[in-house]
Design a protein around this ligand. Structure first.
Ligand SMILES: NC(=O)c1ccc[n+]([C@@H]2O[C@H](COP(=O)([O-])OP(=O)(O)OC[C@H]3O[C@@H](n4cnc5c(N)ncnc54)[C@H](O)[C@@H]3O)[C@@H](O)[C@H]2O)c1
Length: 332
């Protein structure tokens, strides 16, 4: 049976994709070096290979041992602020190694390749709602490294028979409602993980910047539940299969924004969390962080219109509840 490789499958988003595919009878193979991921997030029914996703020896072994149909490439360095201090690492891991992986896959006649990109490629957009045609001007090496990989995919696609999908994730949050997986990194700096840790350990939460040009002065984000994002990957694989059957459709990457199309400010997030836990959350305002974007919301016409994706968890309270349950489990 043909299989799907998920790079970074022991990480936060990758592990949710693994469960989504297994729940739908796919066979999956995970490549992860466990730099931020954790072995305990790897589902039992999967094949797991510990190593670097661009290691040709490892890839040879996997492609010789299994019949591979698709690759979902999630593995990356992901911290935009951190990338300002380590640009070389970010360009190497996210751009150069991705090129090596794709070049290898092309030689092994891969059918489909989904690339995990990010809303960070847009930088600080002129208007908050961005569609896939919006001009990209990333403001961090993280965003630039992902944009560089996207550009490579566009240039390479006409030279190969691989069908590419590029997914620009907005702010991913929440955890598997069945409690099987969640954010593995206890030091994750994203707002949901930080807020949950502050709630569970009764620590003060810091809001970075309250002088942005938004209704309440704090940043606004389009938060998407990780399980809805995971289902978008399964639907995208099916979409690319159908696309393959139509002539003249091949070899142009299909690019989609992955968000809900509406956003919440950080203060709105805190208010919703206070209502959920029926308790006040202690917070303070800190300086703006380098690399933070003021306000960004996805236009979702393509993901909803072309992929016919129907999110099941578009609810701020559920996002907070599932994140909190996961953080509570791992801190026990
Ligand atoms: N979390 C978000 O809100 C968000 C938003 C936009 C885009 N993304 C993208 O989604 C993808 C997954 O992010 P995540 O939040 O799950 O991060 P994560 O750190 O939880 O997952 C990344 C996984 O990749 C593995 N990894 C890293 N480098 C590797 C290498 N060279 N070889 C093999 N494995 C390697 C890590 O061990 C980890 O398991 C990334 O590409 C990221 O850029 C995430």
């Amino acid at each position: 049976m043909k299989k799907v490789i998920i790079t970074g499958g022991a990480g936060y988003i990758g592990s949710h994709i693994c469960y989504e595919l297994l729940d739908n009878n796919y066979k999956i193979i995970i490549i992860d070096n466990l730099s931020t991921g954790q072995k305990k997030l790897v589902p039992e029914d999967s094949f797991f290979y510990k190593g670097d996703f661009s290691d040709p020896e490892l890839l040879n072994k996997i492609f010789n041992d299994h019949e591979i149909d698709s690759v979902i490439h999630c593995a990356a360095l992901i911290d935009a602020s951190d990338s300002l201090n380590k640009p070389i690492e970010y360009y190497r891991e996210n751009a150069a190694k991705t090129m090596n992986l794709i070049a290898f896959c092309a030689n092994r006649n891969l059918s489909k390749f989904l690339f995990s990109s990010t809303a960070a490629v847009y930088g600080n957009p002129e208007s908050a709602e961005v569609d896939e045609e919006t001009y990209c001007a990333p403001i961090t090496p993280y965003g630039s490294s992902k944009f560089m990989a996207e550009k490579f995919i566009y240039d390479f696609a006409p030279c190969t028979s691989i069908n590419f999908g590029i997914m620009r994730y907005f702010n991913v949050a929440g955890a598997d409602p069945k409690g099987r997986t969640g954010q593995p990194n206890r030091n994750a700096t994203n707002v949901f993980s930080s807020l949950c840790r502050a709630i569970l350990h009764e620590q003060e939460f810091t809001i970075y910047g309250n002088d942005y040009n938004t209704d309440d002065g704090t940043c606004v984000r389009d938060f998407i539940h990780v399980s809805d994002l995971a289902s978008a990957h399964r639907i995208f694989l099916e979409y690319l299969d159908n696309k393959q059957e139509k002539p003249n459709c091949k070899n142009t990457p299909f690019l989609i924004n992955c968000g809900y199309g509406h956003g919440f400010s950080i203060l709105e997030l805190i208010n919703a969390a206070e209502s959920l836990i029926t308790k006040k959350i202690q917070y303070k305002f800190g300086e703006r962080r380098n690399g933070d974007i003021e306000k960004i919301i996805a236009s979702t016409d393509k993901i909803r219109g072309n992929l016919l994706w129907k999110p099941q968890h578009d609810n701020l309270s559920e996002l907070i509840k599932t994140s909190l349950e996961w953080e509570r489990n791992i801190s026990d």
